[in-house]
Design a protein. Structure first.
Length: 313
């Protein structure tokens, strides 16, 4: 089958690793990475890259037509903490980029779309433990509102225009290659950098703030897994709950101490505490496991070991 892939937002935390993995799965010449800014050295020199503004409909259409793209992974977005500071900018970026891609799919110019949603679609009135796929959703952040709205539109485009849209609600993602930008779960990446550099970390969330988290490899496996799954196995066209582990700052600090015994954590919660408090602590992802065979591989301690070993280099 003739498959050609476009990644929009390839220089970001997920996009960087997704680009590398998609190139290794489908071949370098079948994957076009794009972003409004250039990415890290490895991602840039390994394959084909173009500058692209996800909000510019004509530019997105042009890159798709020129390269005969079939599948688009739309990874460009403004995350939760930054979005609270720039609400309109976040809304415009998160929604317009999605509409651009959905409308191109509606017109038959692409075959398949991946768009990430988030645990941020849930809000303070959602049950927090083992949050079900279908729960009360009253998101209280700009980012969460944009993701929830996006989910409604994805389902609408599938139901009314037959757009083959696939989506997962990522938890907080942790990786050693690219640092996240402007999220509430970012502490779980930063803590490793500071532990190795300074032996201590001041957490902007309090000790007991438990959130759903995932090692990046699992997230990439899920992303490629849902895109590869047979069309009729994808029964949910809004977005799938996805889960691997849950921990709080105290627990990740304990895990780090197994490698760096002198490591110390202290707590100075800021405005991000309120965002975190509105999100679930754990997620029930049985639909993803049943429908398209999702399985996670990494636990907190396994991830900690990999993070420390690789960041030391
Ligand atoms: N990791 C994201 C954030 O913290 C949630 O999707 O904003």
């Amino acid at each position: 089958m003739k498959k050609r892939i476009l990644i929009i937002g390839a220089s970001g935390q997920i996009g960087t690793e997704l680009s590398v993995r998609l190139r290794s799965v489908y071949g370098n010449y079948k994957v076009i990475a794009s972003d409004i800014i250039v990415g890290d050295e490895a991602m840039m020199k390994e394959g084909y890259f173009e500058i692209l503004d996800a909000m510019d409909y004509e530019a997105v259409e042009d890159i798709i037509m020129r390269n005969e793209i079939t599948d688009v992974y739309l990874m460009a977005a403004m995350l939760s903490a930054t979005a609270e500071k720039f609400p309109m900018k976040a809304w415009n970026l998160n929604m317009n980029s999605l509409f651009n891609v959905l409308n191109l799919a509606k017109e038959g110019k692409i075959e398949k779309v991946f768009w990430p949603s988030s645990i941020a679609v849930f809000g303070p009135t959602t049950p927090t433990i083992k949050t079900p796929q279908k729960a009360i959703m009253e998101p209280s952040t700009v980012y969460g509102i944009s993701k929830q709205t996006g989910e409604r539109w994805c389902e609408y485009y599938y139901n009314n225009y037959g757009v083959d849209i696939r989506s997962i609600r990522y938890p907080g993602l942790i990786s050693y290659t690219t640092i996240p930008g402007g999220g509430t779960t970012d502490y779980a990446v930063d803590i490793f950098h500071k532990a190795l550099k300074h032996g201590k970390y001041i957490s902007f969330l309090n000790a007991e703030t438990t959130l759903p988290m995932m090692y990046m490899d699992d997230a990439i496996n899920a992303t490629i897994g849902i895109m590869k799954a047979p069309k009729d196995s994808i029964r949910i066209r809004s977005s799938y709950n996805l889960s691997a582990m849950s921990f709080n700052p105290k627990e990740i600090a304990e895990s780090i101490k197994k490698h760096i015994p002198e490591f110390e954590i202290s707590y100075e919660p800021d405005f991000r505490q309120k965002i975190a408090d509105s999100w679930p602590q754990s997620i029930d992802d049985s639909d993803a496991r049943n429908d398209w065979g999702w399985k996670h591989s990494y636990s907190l301690d396994e991830m900690t070991k990999i993070m420390i070993e690789n960041l030391k280099k």
